[in-house]
Design a protein. Structure first.
Length: 345
């Protein structure tokens, strides 16, 4: 009897063991504890690469901003130098004309004794004749003084215009040299950006379809914010782009990176912003989290390399990263806040 009970117990243990093995074998791989090199590690590595690429991308876009600013400075200085040259030329022509008048009047004042006051008195046939001659001499003196003053004024104006032209040409030369330097840096930064982005895309392509879907998250469909003014118009412009894909360095209208979405949205509201978070973060005025209003731009991470537009309720609309679309998320979910800027008055 005991042997039979023992055999029955052993049989049950074997069956239970076999069933457990079968159940474990049937559990999907995603339910197992993840080892190094698993999907979560791949996704984490993608996030790290994306952050690094975002920093380089924003550096590249800042060089673009700086180059455009130097080019505008060069154009403005060149135009100002041209205007100053024209003003100097006009002043020189006036100087020559007035100098000719001075020469004529000076020569006339020394013509004969009749143009001398004492001679006019001695040779006058009558008091009336003397007064006429004295009045003529006074008029000649006034004309001569006015002509001399005009010469001096024209000379000073010409010299001032020439100095302005020289200063503007020097400023233009500096701007041109800086633009050339930035153009070289532009090429270097672009190579860095392209390399980083390629690394991110390669990492992203290594994820399975399920992992990519999980990474992308759900799209949002938040309706427009009520109100008026530039800030609200920018918020609603950004909200209208929910579902648009993230593309490195893109500035719209159908593809965006983070700073590209911010720039494009404010442009739709009539406010021009620079293209990079590096320059956007110095635009407008600083506000605290307790002062947040819809339309404020929140910058994230120590590098301020990511940003989004606050829409209220603790939410921002932003272009997140590779494999994700423009969406609305809680701003404290995105990352540490670097700073907040109010772009409007």
């Amino acid at each position: 009897m005991r042997n039979r009970t023992t055999r029955t117990t052993n049989t049950a243990l074997v069956a239970a063991t076999a069933l457990s093995t079968a159940l474990i074998a049937g559990v999907p791989a995603t339910a197992q504890p993840e080892e190094p090199g698993s999907a979560s590690d791949a996704a984490q590595r993608l996030r790290e690469l994306s952050r690094e690429a975002e920093v380089v991308t924003e550096d590249f876009k800042k060089v673009q901003d700086d180059h455009a600013a130097r080019q505008r400075e060069l154009d403005a200085s060149t135009a100002a130098a041209h205007r100053a040259d024209q003003a100097a030329e006009q002043a020189r022509r006036e100087e020559e004309r007035f100098r000719g008048e001075v020469d004529q009047l000076t020569a006339a004042s020394y013509q004969g004794a009749r143009m001398n006051t004492l001679s006019a008195l001695l040779t006058a046939e009558s008091p009336e004749s003397f007064l006429d001659r004295a009045s003529a001499l006074d008029a000649l003196a006034r004309d001569n003084n006015q002509a001399v003053h005009a010469v001096v004024t024209a000379t000073r104006r010409a010299e001032s215009a020439q100095r302005r032209a020289a200063e503007e040409r020097a400023r233009a030369a500096r701007a041109e040299a800086e633009a050339a330097r930035l153009q070289q840096e532009f090429a270097v930064r672009k190579d860095e950006m392209d390399a980083r982005v390629a690394e991110v895309k390669e990492q992203y392509d290594q994820l399975s379809a399920q992992e990519q879907e999980a990474l992308s998250g759900d799209d949002t469909d938040v309706g427009p914010v009520s109100g008026s003014g530039t800030a609200i118009a920018a918020v609603n412009a950004a909200l209208s782009k929910q579902g648009s894909p993230y593309v490195w360095g893109a500035k719209g209208p159908n593809q965006f990176d983070c700073s590209g979405l911010v720039q494009w949205s404010f442009e739709q509201a009539g406010l021009s912003l620079p293209a990079s978070t590096r320059t956007q973060v110095s635009t407008g005025t600083s506000v605290t989290e307790s002062q947040l209003q819809p339309g404020d731009v929140i910058f994230f991470y120590d590098s301020a390399s990511h940003n989004g537009i606050y829409i209220g309720g603790g939410n921002v609309v932003h272009a997140p990263t590779e494999g994700q679309n423009v969406k609305v998320e809680k701003y404290d979910y995105i990352g540490d806040v670097h700073s907040i800027r109010r772009m409007t008055g």
